[in-house]
Design a protein around this ligand. Structure first.
Ligand code: SF4
Length: 271
């Protein structure tokens, strides 16, 4: 049985999404952690970046802030488990489970470890969706509790990583090698942001980096779309990709072909 103090461990999340089908196998419940060390220009969850409790700008038309506009809440492991357990039948029928996402789960070490441990002890399939920017020791401990890692990789090049995410990527690349050296299954998630992550040099940088890994992970292509733009407005944040168009299917196929030259397989990629 998981220790009582772990069950009472609390963290800050901004959403629990049920019936999720894009965050790992089967039907899943995704727990979105609040706080991320990166600030990707294309982030679909800009409300996740700041670590604290915060709320949307008042709706100027209505002149008030509804409680539903709060972007975060503090929850204990027990409270999350109560919501997660409601859908156990769907996980069992679909091969699904729970996904720790964000934001960045590695930013809340005690909470992410306690939640992953609690889920694992209940025989729930656990997926960790991470940017890889966090403590290597914590990641090592989490790898023992989770069944799958979705590892986001944006750039192999440090300068471009810093330009478009605000942080260098040395820690991320070290953690990528750490994951590759363990047994836990993992996949790469590569955001296709036209003109930014998909230049020939960027693709070759990612391709040669992944080809050098022992396990040569599969890559999930995540095509850019602009659906988060309205959220930026609500948060009073600048949206730096205004007018950018999603990649075409043909372009995504060309990216897959380029990665295949490095012996890498891709999935996804429907614009
Ligand atoms: S790593 Fe993910 S959550 Fe963090 S800023 Fe980038 S896209 Fe957003």
């Amino acid at each position: 049985m998981i220790r009582q103090d772990l069950r009472q461990t609390s963290g800050v999340i901004f959403r629990i999404q049920k019936y999720s089908i894009h965050d790992g196998p089967g039907i899943r419940t995704t727990v979105f952690f609040k706080g991320c060390p990166l600030e990707c220009w294309w982030c679909h969850n800009p409300e996740s970046i700041s670590p604290g409790l915060e709320r949307a700008k008042p709706d100027e038309a209505r002149g008030s802030v509804e409680p539903a506009n709060w972007f975060a809440r503090e929850v204990s492991v027990d409270q999350v488990l109560m919501e997660v357990e409601q859908d156990r039948i769907f996980y069992e029928e679909s091969g699904g489970g729970v996904t720790l996402s964000g934001g960045e789960p590695l930013m809340q070490p005690e909470f992410s470890l306690a939640l992953a441990t609690a889920c694992a002890e209940r025989d729930l399939h656990v997926t960790l969706d991470t940017s890889g920017h966090g403590s290597g020791n914590l990641l090592g401990q989490l790898l023992k509790q989770v069944d799958l890692v979705l590892f986001d990789l944006k750039f192999a090049d440090t300068a471009r990583h810093k330009q478009y995410t605000g942080r260098e990527n040395d820690r991320i690349l070290n953690n990528l090698h750490r994951v590759d050296a363990q047994d836990t299954p993992y996949r790469i998630r590569f955001p296709v942001i036209p003109g930014i992550t998909d230049t020939p040099a960027s693709l070759d940088g990612i391709g040669s980096r992944l080809a050098g890994l022992q396990r040569k992970p599969e890559i999930d292509l995540l095509p850019y779309h602009s659906s988060a733009e309205a959220k930026y407005k609500r948060l009073g944040l600048e949206y730096r990709l205004q007018g950018l168009q999603p990649p075409s299917l043909q372009h995504l196929e060309a990216i897959s072909a380029r990665f295949r030259q490095y012996g890498l397989r891709t999935t996804g990629g429907q614009p």
